[in-house]
Design a protein around this ligand. Structure first.
Ligand code: GTP
Ligand code: MG
Length: 195
């Protein structure tokens, strides 16, 4: 999709604020600071539609973005941020669960994993959970510009193995800096809109 229109619909801190289910949605999940908001900005050709920060734990709400009036991108709050209280973690769990398990218009969950690192236990838990509810999981291996090009396939294989991906899942290396992988992700998402 050639995106010329993208807008924030709502920043939801609880499920009463979720917008009506009128359009297909794609949600972005992953560890805090992995690059979810940056990926959304890249896909919609905007520098700062979704707020990004080098400070982890920036996005604590579920943020809904309208894309070309045809699709919604849903920026989920990141997990695994150590400086969060138990109460806040529980609130996170309830909010995410309330969204992921009751959203008929949610077509796909994109799980972001930092291409540099071994899969963490939180990542594996999130993958297993999403895989349980959804037919396929799209894994995006972010920050590909941070490793040598010749190492990319090796790291992709490491993540595949770490998450124990199924044949119907996919993994796409991506960089918000070089935009590597952007077209490949869009070619998958274009089909969501067409269906
Ligand atoms: P939370 O909202 O805290 O969960 O973080 P997030 O997953 O939305 O991450 P965000 O997009 O805010 O990015 C975190 C930091 O990583 C920022 O400093 C980004 O500039 C940087 N970053 C994101 N993607 C990339 C990438 O592909 N390459 C590089 N080099 N840096 C990136
Ligand atoms: Mg964010």
């Amino acid at each position: 999709m050639n995106v010329t229109k993208a807008e924030l619909i709502i920043t939801a801190g609880n499920k009463n604020q979720f917008p009506e289910m009128t359009m297909p949605e794609v949600a972005f999940a992953g560890k805090s600071n992995v690059g979810k908001s940056s990926l959304i900005n890249c896909l919609v050709n905007r520098k700062a539609l979704a707020r990004t920060s080098s400070q982890p734990g920036k996005t604590q709400t579920i943020n809904f973005y309208g894309v070309q009036d045809r699709l919604r991108f849903v920026d989920l709050p990141g997990y695994g941020y150590a400086k969060v209280s138990k109460t806040e973690r529980e609130k996170w769990g309830k909010l995410i669960e309330g969204y992921l398990t009751h959203r008929e218009t949610l077509n796909d969950v994109i799980l972001l994993i930092d291409i540099r690192h071994e899969v963490g236990s939180n990542d594996k838990m999130m993958y297993d959970w999403v895989a349980h509810y959804y037919n396929r999981v799209i894994v995006v291996a972010t920050k590909a510009d941070k490793i040598n090009r010749s190492q990319i396939q090796k790291h992709v294989a490491m993540i595949k193995k770490g998450l124990n991906l199924r044949p119907q899942d996919m993994i796409i290396p991506f960089s918000a800096v070089t935009k590597q992988g952007k077209e490949e992700i869009w070619s998958v998402l274009d089909k969501v809109v067409e269906d």
